[in-house]
Design a protein around this ligand. Structure first.
Ligand SMILES: Nc1ncnc2c1ncn2[C@@H]1O[C@H](COP(=O)(O)OP(=O)(O)O)[C@@H](O)[C@H]1O
Ligand SMILES: [Mg+2]
Length: 507
């Protein structure tokens, strides 16, 4: 059989990053090709090239054996469709309108709604969604909205479907449903590129498996049944040790440090994003906050650090009411924060380590003398931090944007930890890092716990939450759908049910 698509020697350079370094990939009719790799490996870039969104610097794309050059419109004519990692939809519009946007069948220059509606209806039935095509998107769950994205692509009869981390926004149960859909698409001889970094899924879905790392294909030719999760993991991260650090501490937590009482938050449209949220975190405890992304985690974090005001409820650290306090006031009260957006929120990229370490601390007596910053002292202090936190590739005066993600994260952690926070909020602290850096971050969080800090870990990575948390709560549509106090005996499936909204308290 001839491949339907061949990517040959694709090169794509971004400022400072070689995102695709002579990549080859082929796709056959009726095949699901799993593309795996850590964050930043270059998977999305490669697929955006296939989808006509980026022009490669070098290399060529063959479709049905013929070299082709095209943009996104051209990609659709070649019957290539993509479901993005962060799909964009218009929630105030109906399913039908979202699907035919830019996709409408014309009848004498007019949109033929009747035939479009019929077609969409039949897809909804096929995907077991018992709703009308006129339902507004805002009334659907994320899993259902993803199905709409797939229907959008099938609507123009795509024969090549690119699914970029489709399960990142799904519960384990919803993922299972997606796999069933993929199976039926294969039966219709459609080809699928399935991107994921969850090994179990890759093994379950991929007919062939290709592993990328740092812009390159490091493994290809693996077929289903001929490779284990461990082998894939090794290929993803190179030859290093795959053992990740776990929380093995038996020490009981101390006093309650942070209290949230009956917190509500309504967004600008009046939609409740947090509903009556109450929980506490104790000294020496890591509280994991889980849930499918978009269920209130972002709002909760922003409220905790003072970037959003809650609509109702209170936040206390010790006896101090911080509900209306500014970001600066909260820092003084002992709240430390590791942002999930280290590139724009966590760091001043054009600054040096000195600029970054003193940001937010510029009025500390150690660093300033009322009006003047004590540069000598600051430089000395940073030198010690670089040693202590093992920040590689950095010298005094060099801009931090030249660093790897792991080393950037270490600077942020160093800055926050050196303030001896009472509460440390870590949002997706290891996302996109390589395994060495992941372990450094995990170690630092565990050290903070041992030092008596109340640690809040918000993560989309269930494995990480389960390995580090002393206790977990799960958010679903802005409220707590479950709490896990016995981390030793809970299963991923049980947490998965809570992520999907099933009320449950695993004890
Ligand atoms: N538009 C862009 N501009 C600059 N750098 C980018 C852009 N898109 C991706 N990158 C960089 O290219 C590398 C590969 O990214 P990506 O293809 O998104 O990886 P993956 O999908 O495997 O996580 C990363 O280092 C990323 O930061
Ligand atoms: Mg990606």
């Amino acid at each position: 059989m001839e491949p339907i698509v061949e990517l040959k020697n694709i090169v794509k350079q971004f400022p400072g990053v070689l995102a695709n370094d002579h990549v080859n990939l082929s796709l056959y009719p009726g095949e699901t090709h799993a593309l795996v790799g850590e964050n930043g490996a270059g998977k999305s870039t490669l697929m955006k090239i296939l989808y006509g969104q980026y022009v490669p610097d070098e290399g060529e794309i063959l479709i049905d054996g013929k070299p082709c050059r095209y943009d996104v419109t051209g990609a659709r004519q070649h019957k290539i469709g993509m479901v993005y990692q962060n799909f964009m939809q218009i929630p105030q519009m109906s399913i039908l309108e979202n699907i035919i946007l830019g996709n409408a069948p014309l009848k004498r220059g007019m949109i033929d709604y009747a035939s479009a509606e019929k077609k969409v209806q039949s897809y909804l039935e096929r995907f077991r969604m018992p709703v009308s095509p006129n339902t507004l998107l805002q009334n659907l769950s994320v899993g259902e909205r993803q199905k709409i994205e797939i229907i959008k692509v099938l609507y123009f009869d795509a024969r090549i479907l690119i699914l970029d981390e489709p399960t990142a926004v799904l519960t384990p149960q919803e993922s299972e449903e997606l796999f069933q859909i993929i199976k039926t698409l294969k039966e219709e001889q459609r080809s699928i590129v399935f991107i994921s970094h969850k090994l179990r899924e890759v093994i379950a879905v991929g007919d062939r498996i290709t592993v990328m790392s740092k812009g390159r294909v490091v493994q290809d030719g693996w077929t289903r049944g001929n490779v284990t999760e461990t082998e894939i993991a090794r290929a993803m991260i190179g030859k290093q040790n795959v053992q990740l650090i776990q929380n093995q501490c038996e020490k009981a937590p101390g006093d309650t440090i942070l209290r949230l009482n009956r917190l509500w938050y309504f967004d600008e449209l009046g939609i409740p994003r947090l509903r009556d949220l109450s929980f506490q975190v104790r000294s020496g405890e890591i509280l994991g906050i889980g849930g499918v992304e978009g269920n209130g985690q972002t709002e909760l974090i922003r409220i905790l650090i003072g970037m959003l005001r809650p609509s109702y409820g209170e936040i206390l650290v010790g006896e101090e009411d911080l509900t209306g306090a500014s970001v600066a006031k909260r820092r003084q009260a002992g709240i430390g924060f590791v942002s999930d957006d280290r590139m724009t929120e966590g760091l001043v990229l054009d600054g040096t380590i000195e600029d970054n370490v003193i940001a937010g601390n510029e009025y500390d007596a150690e660093f300033s003398d009322h009006f003047l910053l004590k540069y000598g002292q600051i430089r000395e202090y940073c030198k010690n931090l670089i040693d202590e936190y093992d920040i590689k590739g950095l010298t005094s005066g060099k801009h931090v944007k030249m660093l790897s993600g792991g080393n950037m994260q270490k600077i942020i952690l160093a800055r926050e930890i050196e303030r001896n926070p009472k509460v440390l909020i870590a949002a997706q602290p290891t996302r996109g890092l390589d395994i060495g850096a992941i372990n450094s971050v995990r170690e630092l969080l565990l050290e903070q716990k041992m030092a008596g800090t109340a640690v809040i870990l918000v993560s989309a990575d269930l494995e990480e939450l389960m390995s580090l948390s002393d206790r977990m709560i799960i958010l679903f549509e802005g409220s707590i759908s479950g709490e896990v106090t016995d981390m030793k005996h809970v299963t991923e499936e049980e947490i998965g049910l809570m992520m999907g909204g099933a009320k449950d308290h695993a004890e």
